[in-house]
Write a protein that binds this ligand. Structure first.
Ligand code: CTP
Length: 401
């Protein structure tokens, strides 16, 4: 996550989860953001301003009428400086004030003055959260476009069990990043495949490839940030599920076929970044294969071609994007694949190019389109290439709608 150049105004209100805002401050600053912390008086009963001052490098502001700072109407200047305005944890009290425009302390006054997108992460006792008046206030705020980070269920500090725990820091970070991102993929359903497949030979061994899954995961992460409803069908990888993404784990090509084809109809866009095994052992031994002094030959049989099947079943308006990884005749082979598999776009990688392809965090590619156009994109971070692929698909979508 890169929040370089962004100012996040983080408001901490008075609940036991206030200590978790320290971790949030540290992670936001680690991502390059300037963090300006505002606290309510009651938050200072749970955690001291000094904690936030050390972590943010700025004075934590508590009282609207504090005279001890360089002259500025601080609630207005912070309200203007904010790229995102975050309240975490948000008590039932600040949620009620925000819903009704009450401005009687530094947090509520600055909130009323800001035009920045607002992210609210509620945390409170279950009884307070379930109270219809809190529900109505939350609904009012959602209706005004506030990004709400739903509290988790679990054992609360007060001993009760239920909804009301402050959401995980990563979820709050995701909501902040989303608030900073244009939601140009909102309302779109997108399925991405990623990683290798594994084809079992016996209970111990399998055939596979070097795919790390990084490219497909980057596409899923960026698409979710841009507002798409993302399903990630993933082979075995060491990667964490990107925030906001529904992940379906598979092992073999045939499992990937079933997972993808059964969900294909609901998708607006399908991106097949996975490195699917073309062959599997003809038989999977039930017991471990034992060595002998003879040579060993393994008979292989073809796996179904998932992308080709999707190309056959493609419905009007649906977009299909394939990948091709080649070591020779890159563009010719890629153009041929695009046509054979009825894709709208194909991302061609050369394994011969330094920094591109398997395992790297960077990639370079040529994008091929069904109308014969080609566009070469230079070596860049896989996240940037993911955005570039999504941008091109969005343009194609506008032209077919
Ligand atoms: N693909 C697929 N199902 C397969 C094989 C490939 O869906 N059984 C998809 C990949 O996810 C990728 C595209 O097809 O989007 C091209 O994959 P690639 O392995 O480069 O092409 P193949 O068709 O397998 O051709 P070859 O191995 O002969 O290069």
């Amino acid at each position: 996550m890169n929040l370089g150049g962004k100012t996040i105004v983080l408001c901490v209100t008075g609940g036991i989860a206030a200590y978790k805002a320290a971790d949030l401050t540290s992670k936001l600053r680690g991502a390059g953001a300037q963090v300006r912390v505002l606290m309510t008086e009651s938050a200072t009963q749970f955690i001291t301003p000094m904690t936030f001052e050390v972590l943010s490098g700025y004075r934590a502001v508590v009282d609207t009428f504090d005279r001890n700072f360089s002259w500025e109407v601080e609630h207005v200047s912070l309200a203007k400086a904010a790229d995102v305005f975050v309240i975490a944890p948000a008590t039932a009290n600040i949620i009620a004030k925000a819903a009704h425009g009450i401005a009687d302390d530094m947090v509520s006054t600055t909130l009323l003055a800001t035009r920045a997108p607002v992210v609210i992460a509620p945390a409170m006792n279950t009884g307070m959260y379930d109270n219809p008046v809190t529900g109505q206030n939350l609904e009012t705020l959602r209706g005004r476009g506030v990004h709400m980070v739903e509290p988790a269920c679990g054992r609360l500090a007060c001993g009760d069990t239920g909804r009301g725990k402050l959401a995980d820091t990563n979820e709050i970070l995701h909501a902040i990043e989303q608030a900073l991102t244009v939601q140009d993929l909102a309302d779109l359903s997108l399925l991405v495949t990623a990683g290798p497949t594994q084809e079992a030979l016996d209970p111990v061994r399998f055939l596979s490839n070097h795919s790390s899954g990084k490219m497909g995961y980057a596409i899923a992460a960026r698409a979710a940030l841009r507002g798409a409803k993302v399903t990630l069908v993933s082979g075995p990888t060491a990667l964490a599920t990107p925030a906001g993404v529904t992940r379906v784990d598979i092992t073999s090509a045939r499992e990937m076929f079933d997972a993808v084809v059964s969900r294909a109809d609901r998708q607006d866009i399908i991106i097949k970044a996975a490195a699917v095994g073309d062959y599997r052992p003809e038989t999977e031994a039930q017991d471990k294969l034992k060595k002998s002094n003879d040579e060993m030959n393994i008979a292989l049989t073809r796996n179904p071609d998932i992308l080709a099947e999707l190309g056959r079943k493609k419905r009007p308006g649906q977009l299909l994007c394939g990948f091709a990884m080649e070591t020779q005749n890159l563009l010719q082979n890629a153009a041929d694949k695009l046509r054979r598999k009825n894709c709208d776009m194909l991302v061609a990688n050369s394994l011969r190019e330094a920094g591109a392809g398997f395992q790297h965090d960077t990639n370079a590619a040529t994008l091929l389109f069904a109308d014969g156009r080609q566009e070469t994109v230079p070596l860049m971070q896989k996240e940037e290439l993911a955005d570039c692929i999504l941008d091109r698909l969005l343009v194609l979508r506008e032209s077919v709608q």
